[in-house]
Design a protein around this ligand. Sequence first.
Ligand SMILES: Cc1ncc(C[n+]2csc(CCOP(=O)(O)OP(=O)(O)O)c2C)c(N)n1
Length: 543
Amino acid sequence: MQHELRGADILWEALKRGGVTRVFSLSGNHIMPVYDAAFEQGIEIIHVRHEAAAVHMADAWARLTGEVGVALVTGGQGHSNAVAALPTALADEVPLVLLSGHAPLNELGLGAFQETPQVDMAAPLCKAAWLTQSTAGLGADIARAFRIARSGRPGPVHVSLPTDVVEAKAAPTLPAEAAYEAAEMPLSTESAKAILAAIHGAERPFLIAGPALNTPNGKRARAALEAALGLPIALMESPRGLGDPSLGAFAEMLALSDCVVLLGKQVDFTLRFGRAPFVDAKARWIVIEPDARIMTRAVTALGARIAVGAMAAPLEAVATLATLATLATPHPQATWATAIREAIAYRPQAWQALAGKPGGPVHPATLGAALSGYVTPDTVLVADGGEIGQWMQACIQAPERVINGVAGAIGAALPFALAARAARPAGRILAVCGDGTFGFHMAEFDTAMRHDLPFVLVVGNDAKWNAEYQIQARDYGANRTHGCELSPGTRYDLVATALGGHGEFVERGEDLAAALDRAFASGKPACVNVLIEGLPAPNLRRT
Ligand SMILES: Cc1ncc(C[n+]2csc(CCOP(=O)(O)OP(=O)(O)O)c2C)c(N)n1
């Protein structure tokens, strides 16, 4: 008879076979057998202070490593806390697997402890969600979850794990490593040739990539296609869409384009649904899209303006296009390519005068200029929050960047920073968020201490939920702003020191550099709390 294993052991074996080296987790009754089985496994459990933080960490880990991130939480409220972080991963097209403990199958319908419709809760925010049914099938479930998370447009997958399933024993049937891989979804040579012909035939082609291409492999593929075509690719991953200040004045060039090429970028609110005047009504569209439902949406929005529509996974499609494009000549419109690059790089001249400006409260551009001086070739920039997030994304160019993404949900900065450190042990982790955003997960400084995951988190402290304040002031008048005030001068830096980290409090521009030097030199999880001017996010239109 084949040797039997506890379900929890099968689960870990299956995760290891999928290449998992660490999971982000918060314990609870339903997953105690899984914790017990972890002893022998050599997989690190980074245990956190809120389940949403575990999912955000799995998210940032996946973005930076290109692997599937794994979060492990308990059932009931542990699960619903975790679910709150799924929209960010879904909208930013991040492959992760949320494993949640669950009431035992043999108690369902009887009022079991924390019996909750967990799958129903997660399903709308995931590519797939299910309740695992059999101990012997746990391995296949994990491989399937990885495969779905990675295939086509990547995204989160949820599997609920009933305690009786993980406690029971069964003969393990572990899937082959290939079962974890993404299902192939290549771009046909015929479609690739048609797309390249359309790009070459256009005078002003504009290429846009979606968030799925912001992984290490995605970056390499984009760079290869850019080089082969001689055209830049704009990566759109911000909820500000055409107003994303990290892309400078790119929207002005998009409006002039006669051929928009979507490399897995969804047609949605960020593109103003492709409507004029944001895109010329006569422009032709090339849509590369892995998801039939979203392709249908593109057809609804663009109709006959779609010149070529192709179902393919973005990464595979870009790789195929790059290979075939190297066989052709680069796009002849070099001046157009230069104009796009200049538009993306555009930042107002006035910002230069703000660099090094003394006094306080500190202007966001002064802060951005100071932080830019700390960007090294191995820096990961994490930017979150409302207006401050936009300012920092506009001011700071870093080799790698993790932002809160298209979902526009604030709060993930601290978990992102921790996971970025885990993913880049030798790199520099520079995170920035607003004072409002800091509050969501500030207890994660404790996690960072316990797991020795240092970073520098700069809080732009303007004593308000400024993004919402700006909307109220703009739409209803400066005398009708309320519910957006936060306590002035709050010492968020002392949260870091109270939990064992390093804290700095900065009130004047001239004190920034010394505070940042000390924060980086501390080697600890650090909070640099800077009193800033609460200004609206930059509007980078030149016209
Ligand atoms: C989870 C979530 N809750 C609320 C919002 C609405 N919201 C967007 S930006 C913002 C203000 C953020 O304040 P802060 O982090 O201090 O940055 P600031 O805008 O002040 O620069 C709020 C409340 C959101 N996007 N996501």
